[in-house]
Design a protein around this ligand. Structure first.
Ligand SMILES: [Zn+2]
Length: 329
């Protein structure tokens, strides 16, 4: 059903999945730069298409609405929300005999700006496993939010500007929505604001949020791209408390490594427990893991799953899975 050619391809439809190299036909699971290229023809959700065109200009796309099957290239393709960022989607491909679910980047928990993930059953699961290590268990979401809001409030009370660093697409908009919902108006860096305008055009309400006017405003938090405080690209910011918002905050050294005052463990990727839960819920006959630590395959096997690494043929063979078997799927 699929093969691996420096990336995952659905064989029957000759459809590349999340390729970073230009392809004649590609599915784009979401609009992060490491999942897309200027393809000749892209299949994606309408919101991802908006973000994709924002990044690359007008390009031919085919809309795949959530939960609306489309017959394409001999396959039935259906997208489901992935809970990662606006428009992010899992792809279910069915050929009449077998089904394959590709998760792309996902998280199972709640998001303020993305539809919550849904996991259909599939025979074959290809799972993105960034946090596939038992070390990565994110704290409860409310705990991380309470920590963030308390520190932001304390900074504002001291007359210090809270500056939150977050990826410009997805995390920035979610943290903005969370802050404005908690009563903190937000000023955004231009790079963040331009993506927020696409979110708003897609119907996402971000609350009391404006473009940074060239100087901080009392009582406002500022949302900027990662590591922005080091280059000091926003004028007028002097007394600041800086935050990084990342799943890697579970690591002791993250705060120092990123050079921020506080690291908040709020992620848009599934943590270790969510990854295991996702596999349980899909209940596949075989699992292929990608984008994560090699040890996650062993963790799944220990939990009784038929698991293999996707990315590396050598590692697959070591794990006892041959190229011939691969073609059977
Ligand atoms: Zn992503």
């Amino acid at each position: 059903m699929f093969h691996f050619d420096r990336g995952l391809k659905l064989t029957k439809a000759d459809l590349a999945i999340d390729f970073r190299r230009r392809q004649p036909r590609a599915f784009v699971s979401h609009a992060h730069a490491d999942h897309m290229a200027r393809h000749e023809y892209a299949l994606c959700t309408p919101a991802t298409a908006e973000l994709y065109r924002f990044r690359y200009g007008p390009r031919p796309t085919r809309d795949l609405l959530y939960r609306a099957p489309v017959e394409w290239g001999g396959l039935r393709l259906t997208t489901f929300p992935a809970g990662h960022c606006l428009g992010s989607a899992m792809l279910l491909a069915e050929d009449g005999e077998q089904s394959l679910l590709y998760t792309g980047d996902f998280k199972l928990g709640e998001s303020a700006t993305a539809e919550r993930a849904e996991l259909p059953h599939a025979d074959v699961l290809v799972i993105e496993s960034t946090y596939g290590n038992p070390f990565y268990r994110h704290p409860p979401r409310q705990t991380a939010l309470d920590q963030l809001f308390t520190l932001v409030r304390q900074a504002i009370e001291r007359g210090v500007t809270p500056v939150i660093e977050a990826y410009v697409l997805g995390k920035s908009q979610e943290i903005t929505r969370l802050l404005t919902s908690a009563g903190f108006p937000v000023l955004q860096h231009p790079k963040v604001f331009e993506i927020s305008q696409v979110y708003r055009a897609c119907g996402v309400d971000l609350g009391d949020c404006h473009l940074y006017p060239g100087h901080p405003l009392p009582g406002h938090a500022v949302v900027v791209p990662p590591r922005m405080h080091r280059s000091g690209q926003l004028p007028g910011l002097r007394k600041t408390t800086t935050f990084a918002v990342t799943g890697w905050a579970t690591h002791e050294g993250t705060r120092n490594r990123l050079g921020v005052d506080h690291a908040i463990a709020l992620s848009d990727h599934a943590d270790y427990d969510e990854l295991l839960e996702a596999v349980e819920r899909v209940s596949p006959k075989v699992v292929f893991c990608t984008h994560g630590p090699a040890s996650f395959v062993e963790c799944l096997r220990a939990a009784g799953h038929n698991a293999f690494p996707l990315d590396c043929p050598h590692k697959r063979q070591q794990a006892g899975f041959s190229a011939v078997q691969m073609r059977l799927f």
